[in-house]
Design a protein around this ligand. Structure first.
Ligand code: PMP
Ligand code: GLN
Length: 380
């Protein structure tokens, strides 16, 4: 068969989780919680099933869920999306991203990707017929930054869309108000659209606020905002998320969505809508994860790993060059097999393979899991 994605193999997340299981290592690789979600959430889904919410919902999703999402966005970010025409429930953020690209990108259009980038972006762009154009984040002693001058220099007549992600996987970088202003200045007067992957929107630490692009009136007009309940409610296996965008963009999105999945499972949507009535679970998330981040960072303080900042997400990147000069994938494999802790090589998030001696740990774990990992990592 003539492959449409000749360079694509098994994702690094599956590879490292399989190795962690084989070696019985603590799995801080693939990003998912090792603790259960709130029983009130599973209870709400069970109740939805028992109440016969088991047939197709409307194509864009259960109306109550879309209304609750619109209300949440209005209360936190001050932007009013119309639940009827501007919000669609997706099968996780991954489907939302794919559907955005399929609906906007024409053959030969260019899409700017900031690297390191989540691994689904580039194959999704390619399947849509687009051409990824890469801009690398820069790393200095304060952590990763986006070089906006290079983003500006990459915009040409063929540029259709910029793919953004904040809070950022894998680096933990969070867009600042100054970044948002720089972006707005760059795209003003162009037709360039933005896909803003904000799946970690409720995981921003140290009192900093999440700069959703919908907060910014000009950017909101040209942006698709993507989020995922998998992250927010500790249920990565449920694969329920959403995309919000102005009506004209959403109309195009839905043309693809209705033939891609048509709609997303009903009882999860009804249960999530019910649970979302209480804002406490997502409002408490920064404190919940900041404590875990700090526990993990404190544990590694006296190790030979050099910690990079983690301003958001549930990831902590570390520089291991004081320990080893192995390439990142080999180091992550060695760490899993010999030290007993799985990590993800940051090089897996680059298309133009780049070795920087950095791996990513996920701290969305029970304290006991983190303590166990710390004990192993302190020894090397
Ligand atoms: N974007 C980013 C940046 C992610 O980290 C993830 C989760 N790994 C996704 C998208 C996909 O989210 P979902 O599981 O809801 O499809
Ligand atoms: N988003 C998760 C991560 O970055 C993994 C998702 C997946 O396994 N595809 O670790």
């Amino acid at each position: 068969l003539h492959s449409k994605l000749p360079e694509v193999g098994t994702t690094i997340f599956s590879i490292m989780s399989a190795l962690a299981a084989e070696k019985k290592a603590v799995n801080l690789g693939q990003g998912f919680p090792d603790f259960e979600c709130d029983p009130a959430l599973t209870g709400a889904v069970s109740a939805a099933m028992a109440a016969a919410h088991n047939q197709y919902p409307p194509m864009p999703g259960v109306p109550m869920l879309r209304e609750r999402i619109a209300a949440k966005i209005a209360s936190i970010y001050g932007h009013s999306y119309d639940a009827a025409s501007e919000i669609t429930i997706t099968a996780g953020a991954t489907q939302g991203i794919m559907t955005i690209l399929l609906s906007c990108v024409h053959a030969g259009d260019e899409v700017i990707v900031i690297e390191p980038a989540y691994d689904s972006y580039v194959p999704s762009i390619q399947l849509a017929g687009g051409v990824p154009v890469f801009v690398s984040m820069e790393l200095n002693q304060h952590g990763y930054t986006i070089p906006w001058d290079k983003v500006a220099a990459s915009i040409r007549s063929k540029t259709r869309l910029i793919m953004l992600n904040s809070p950022h996987n894998p680096t933990g970088f969070v867009l600042s108000a100054a970044d948002v202003k720089a972006l707005a200045d760059i795209v003003r007067g162009t037709q360039v659209l933005i896909a803003s992957d904000e799946v970690y929107e409720h995981m921003v630490y140290d009192g900093v606020r999440h700069e959703s692009l919908c907060r910014h009136p000009e950017l909101g007009e040209r942006s698709f905002i993507i989020s995922s309940f998998g992250k927010t409610y500790h249920v990565t296996g449920w694969k329920v998320g959403y995309v919000a965008a102005p009506a004209a963009l959403m109309a195009e999105f839905r043309k693809v969505h209705q033939f891609n999945v048509f709609t997303v499972n009903t009882p999860m949507q009804v249960g999530i809508a019910e649970y979302m009535n209480d804002p406490a679970p997502y409002l408490n998330l920064p404190a919940f994860y900041q404590r875990k981040r700090d526990l993990f960072r404190d544990g590694l303080k006296n190790s030979r790993f050099r910690m990079l900042p983690s301003a958001g997400t549930y990831f902590q990147c570390v520089d291991y060059t004081a320990i080893s000069d192995l390439p990142e994938l080999e180091f992550a494999q060695w760490l899993t097999a010999e030290v007993g802790v799985a990590a993800i090589p940051v090089s897996a998030f680059y298309k133009q393979q780049k070795e920087s001696g950095i791996v990513r740990f996920c701290f969305a774990k029970q304290d006991a899991t983190l303590q166990k990992a710390i004990a192993c990592l302190q020894k090397i």
